[in-house]
Design a protein around this ligand. Structure first.
Ligand code: URQ
Ligand code: ZN
Ligand code: ZN
Length: 480
């Protein structure tokens, strides 16, 4: 199966240039002007369009069992919807229940993800701690290509990691060459504020943002960053939603600490007025954590992306339909947290980012694909247009428009947080490892065609740091 993409302008995180791109056996085989290709090669005419690396969404939750239900989007429908929107790889999450062996949970999620239509990997959550967790982390890194571990600082009495778990797990991440990541909200404060609001009789979805104000996120982000600093380990903060977290990240980065920040397409363009809707279903459909924030925070997040203090964009694609959200009809704390976005992230980021002048096309590629590949160590296999890389490619028409709607999206959810938004700039073709899986509205996703992407540990950097850290600790104190 060979395909040549002719006449387009290649846009990567680093460069913009005219070239044909020839793909063979799932890889990019040649890049250049007027390429000679074998007879029978399928031709895609990319005249007037951009040829870019397929999007990487580093934060999704397909078919997640959560808050008494299961996310409605599964690994097939969710990755297929991603392909329709120009996202060709995801990094999802294995989330063990407390006391559940990490390896058991890992295999459970691997079974579920076999049906993926696009490529996928996993962050593994550390939701409890003992020696077996420490060992399973090593097994996951050394044998299963996991190089990142997630810590939920929220969700008390469920999957919340306290400081003891953070410290133990961060130390283990350094030893293994793995990246610790955090959902940064102070779960104790959320729990207290939820109780206070319910005690006052405020039970509707309007209470959700009131129970998780920006300071609750900023405190946790700062605490996680400081713990990482003491533990001498890099850290990745997921779904940064407010300026308080961004300030903590920026402060640390300005001090040379290795901190990375992710923001969600939704948090960049949707504000907290959604929670003040009289319509329960509408407001509840937007219940996710951290919540959508006021416009000042969106402006800060854009500056974070522009200034390089936020490196990646994601969706936190975690779908619950209206009947599921209705579980919280009389108690907002029972509304399953999560919203969708995998199909729309790329177009939202292009329309709100590039068309507005906030981001260059190269920065668009960086924050939707290349940076995630670099941070999670799958670059240039993913996130690049280079010979030998996976042929995960999108052909992008900057002049075409689309109006986003649940009525037409491929996502398996009855709501779209970007409903009615018309975006200019859409993918016309998506290639997943050289297979044409989307063409001009025709989605040709194949169940099970997606591959598990192993991500190697960051041994060179981390080993040296771990040795130095151990040497520092072992330094005897010469008492006179
Ligand atoms: O917290 C997360 O990232 C998961 C449980 C999805 N839900 C959400 O509200 N973000
Ligand atoms: Zn989260
Ligand atoms: Zn999440």
């Amino acid at each position: 199966m060979s395909i040549v993409i002719r006449g387009g302008t290649v846009v990567t995180a680093e460069q913009t240039f005219s070239a044909d791109v020839y793909c063979e056996n799932g890889l990019i085989a040649a890049i250049g002007e007027n390429l000679e290709v074998p007879a029978g090669t399928e031709v895609i005419d990319a005249t007037g369009q951009y040829v870019m690396p397929g999007g990487i969404d580093p934060h999704t939750h397909m078919q997640l069992p959560f808050m008494g239900t299961v996310a409605s989007e599964d690994f097939y429908t969710g990755t297929a919807a991603g392909l329709a929107g120009g996202t060709t790889s995801i990094i999802d999450f294995v989330i063990p229940a407390p006391q559940q062996p990490l390896m058991d949970a890992y295999h459970q999620w691997r079974d579920w993800s076999e049906k993926s239509a696009g490529d996928y990997g996993f962050h593994v959550a550390v939701t409890w701690w003992d020696e077996s967790v420490k060992q399973d982390m090593a097994t996951l890194v050394q044998e299963y290509g996991v190089n990142s571990f997630k810590h939920f600082m929220a969700y008390k009495n469920a999957i919340m990691a306290d400081d003891e778990i953070l410290v133990n797990s961060f130390a283990r991440c350094l030893e293994l060459g793995a990246m610790p990541t955090v959902h940064a909200e102070n779960g104790e404060l959320v729990f207290q504020l939820q109780k206070d609001l319910l005690a006052k009789g405020i039970t509707g979805p309007e209470a959700h943002p009131l129970s998780r104000p920006p300071v609750v996120e900023g405190e946790a982000a700062n605490r996680a960053i400081q713990i990482a600093q003491v533990m001498q380990v890099p850290i990745y903060i997921v779904h940064v939603s407010c300026k308080e977290s961004l300030e903590a990240i920026t402060r640390a980065r300005n001090e040379g600490q290795r901190v990375y920040g992710e923001c969600l397409a939704g948090h960049l363009v949707i504000d907290d007025s959604v929670y003040r809707s009289e319509d329960f279903a509408f407001a509840a459909a937007h219940v996710m954590s951290p919540p959508f924030r006021s416009k000042e925070h969106q402006a800060a997040l854009w500056k974070g992306l522009q200034g390089g203090n936020l490196q990646t964009t994601a969706t936190d694609h975690c779908c619950f339909c209206a009947p599921q959200k209705a579980a919280g009809k009389d108690d907002f704390t029972k509304i399953p947290n999560g919203t969708a976005g995998i199909e729309d992230r790329m177009a939202i980021m292009w329309d709100a980012g590039v068309n507005s002048g906030k981001l260059t096309m190269n920065e668009f590629v960086a924050v939707t694909s290349a940076n995630s590949a670099k941070i999670f160590n799958i670059y240039p296999q993913k996130g690049s247009i280079t010979t030998g890389a996976d042929a995960d490619i999108i052909v992008w028409d900057p002049e075409a428009s689309r109006t986003i709607s649940a009525a037409t999206h491929h996502q398996n959810i009855d709501f779209n947080i970007f409903e009615g938004r018309t975006v200019k700039g859409v993918p016309t073709h998506t290639l997943s490892r050289g297979n044409l899986v989307y063409k001009d509205g025709d989605l040709r996703a194949v169940k099970g065609a997606g591959k598990y992407v192993k991500r190697q540990a960051f041994s060179p950097v981390f080993e040296a740091m771990a040795k130095q850290s151990a040497a520092n600790k072992a330094q005897p104190v010469n008492r006179k």
